[in-house]
Design a protein around this ligand. Structure first.
Ligand code: AVJ
Length: 322
């Protein structure tokens, strides 16, 4: 064991399995069927998403990484010596290394994630690579305010939320999340947040419906997960992945479309599907720079700088807590 601080602290304790069952049955009982997108990311789903990030059609990860590589110096410039970097939904913390390389006088790094194993792996790797850094992982859902370890309480905080994860949320929920981050990061705190930009709908749809079918497998894994964990009997060949751009809402939508009239049993309940009926599984909102700045202002953040890649595919914003 390296350092006892690397053992992730746990906050809250949701009953995952029970919650999964309840929300699946609720979502599939609605007139327009839905399944919450956070359940896409079990171990298999996270592995498939990792594969998505390497697909030729899926530009966001590469575009954001190129922005971080080109501008990490400027992003790190006003993080004060002795400050703390808090990452929300840190996962494998790969992009974070690009910032940490530029922050030799950072005091502590606090990755927050629901996956205890991802946190433990990333924390060990970062502690080895940046030995001066106090790495303090917290197992928690970033949708709720987390308390930083007491010895870091008074230090300046910078938040990091890359990956366009905020695009999963409806704008009102995104605004609420930015309010929560303000609470965690305090007045004067900073937030560096990545968000995908609006662009040609054809390019967007191809990014979410790749020719190799990885995104289809990722989406269908949600049904496989219901079969595995809730004893469901979905026939995965009787549902088809569909990605559409909803221009009115400014979002990519992922759906699973029933290819025939059928019914499925889940936890002893029978759920009917008509041919062509769809289950809405995920949204990925796209923002112009001005739209995202308006969203930030709605949550009392002051837009500061914005960086984009040369092709204008993706944006990284720096916000200052008002
Ligand atoms: C992880 C939410 C950023 O919206 O681009 C990718 C999820 N879903 N392909 C995105 C996703 C299908 C991804 N985020």
């Amino acid at each position: 064991m390296l350092n006892p601080s690397l053992r992730p602290l746990s906050e809250g304790n949701t009953d995952e399995a029970h919650e999964f069952a309840t929300e699946v049955l609720q979502g599939l009982s609605r007139p327009s069927k839905t399944l919450p997108c956070r359940f896409l990311y079990d171990a298999r789903g996270s592995e498939l998403f990792e594969k998505i990030t390497r697909l030729p059609e899926y530009y966001p990860t590469r575009a954001e990484t190129s922005i971080l590589k080109a501008h990490a110096e400027e992003m790190a410039a006003d993080v004060p010596d002795g400050g703390v970097l808090v990452e929300f939904g840190s996962g494998s913390s790969l992009k974070t290394e690009l910032l940490l390389e530029r922050l030799p006088r950072l005091r502590a790094y606090v990755p927050v994630d629901v996956s205890q194993s991802a946190l433990a792996d990333a924390s060990q790797r970062l502690a080895a690579r940046f030995p001066w850094l106090d790495v303090r992982p917290i197992v928690a859902d970033f949708a709720y305010p987390v308390a930083l370890p007491a010895h870091l309480a008074w230090r300046h905080r910078t938040g990091f939320f890359p990956g366009s994860t905020i695009g999963n949320l409806m704008p009102v929920q995104a605004s609420r999340l930015l309010h929560v981050f303000r609470k965690v990061l305090s007045t004067g705190g900073r937030l560096i947040v990545g968000i995908d930009l609006k662009k040609d709908p054809g390019k967007l749809v191809r990014a979410y419906d790749d020719t190799a079918g990885v995104t289809a497998t990722f989406n269908l894994n949600l049904l496989a997960r219901i079969n595995r964990e809730l004893g469901g009997n979905f026939d995965l060949r009787a549902f088809k992945h569909r990605a559409v751009y909803n221009a009115r809402e400014g979002r990519i939508e992922m759906h699973l479309v029933s290819l025939k009239d059928q019914s499925v049993r889940i936890r002893g309940r029978r759920i009917p599907f008509r041919a062509g009926e769809s289950v809405h599984t995920e949204n990925s909102y796209k923002y112009s720079v001005a739209q995202f700045q308006d969203l930030a202002r709605s949550a009392n953040w002051l837009p500061s700088r914005v960086w984009t890649d040369p092709c204008g595919l993706f944006s990284v914003h720096k916000l200052i807590s008002a």
